[in-house]
Design a protein around this ligand. Structure first.
Ligand SMILES: [Zn+2]
Length: 271
């Protein structure tokens, strides 16, 4: 029933867009990026209409005529079902990014774990991620379905193509639906890699000059649709506090021995 592939081109008929949204919904559910009826997907059909998945349906089980069409203010123009309360954030992204024609929102478990921990995926750990997305910030928490959700995303939409939503999930977008979906897949994949480096207890970051070369290549490879990299993004090995920031400190052997001697001396003095 669902296609194994969709083409990246955004110039398609409405029927083709409907099939693509159902296919991506199936992929998102099959890959475990959502549970139950979570998540939402949309496409900008033209200058005034958006095609979107409806609320309270499993995104892996949608049929083309389940989808609905709204205007850019979220008013329903066509369809039996109702739009998601999270459509507002899609509409915000379309209004701020004329280059964006598709948005995917899901709750992939590892990236959502980072979002729930308030940790951005912003370290230069993997060259491909720097090429694809630069880094992925965390938008502050806001209640789903309220205008605050869009307000939380607003400052980040211009400079990033993927955003973690604190205590909630991930939103990605691009010039076409396949690109938006691939960005979602890339975020979750990188989150897994970052988690493995945490488990291994060691992270070797790329240097600032490594990252500069990647950004030059990114421009050459025609990632012209990608948003510009934000400030301090990604964090490189040139930033000393990037590694082990927080509770970790470094001591030489002599400093450690001096500390132990001091502790033993003061313990003896107390007896
Ligand atoms: Zn959500």
């Amino acid at each position: 029933m669902f296609a194994h592939s969709i083409s990246p081109d955004h110039r398609k008929s409405e029927d083709e867009h409907r099939r693509d949204v159902c296919t991506v919904g199936y992929w998102v559910h099959q890959r475990g990026y959502v549970a139950s009826t979570d998540g939402n997907i949309s496409i900008r059909l033209d200058g005034r209409r958006v095609l979107t998945s409806p609320t309270t349906i499993c995104k892996g089980m949608m049929e083309p005529d389940d989808l609905i069409i709204t205007d850019l203010q979220g008013r329903k123009l066509a369809g039996r079902r109702n739009p998601s309360s999270e459509l507002a954030m899609h509409l915000l992204i379309y209004s701020r990014r004329p280059d964006v024609n598709a948005v995917c929102h899901a709750h992939p478990p590892v990236a959502t774990g980072y979002a729930a921990a308030g940790l951005p995926l912003n370290k230069a750990l993997v060259s491909e991620l720097v090429l694809a997305l630069g880094c992925i910030p965390v938008a502050r928490y806001a209640t789903p379905g309220t205008p605050e959700l869009s307000e939380a995303l607003e400052p980040l939409v211009q400079n990033y193509d993927a955003v973690l939503m604190a205590n909630h999930g991930v939103v990605t977008y691009g010039p076409d639906l396949l690109t938006a979906f691939f960005r979602l897949e890339t975020v979750e994949h990188f989150a897994r890699v970052a988690l493995v480096t945490e488990l291994l207890g060691k992270q070797v970051l790329l240097s600032g000059s490594d990252v500069e070369k990647l950004l030059a290549a990114r421009a050459r490879y025609g990632s012209a649709t990608a948003a510009p990299i934000g400030p301090e993004c990604p964090v490189t090995s040139d930033v000393p506090e990037a590694i082990g920031a927080g509770n970790r400190i470094t001591l030489t052997r002599e400093e450690l021995e001096a500390l132990i001697d001091e502790a033993v001396r003061s313990d003896r003095a107390r007896r």
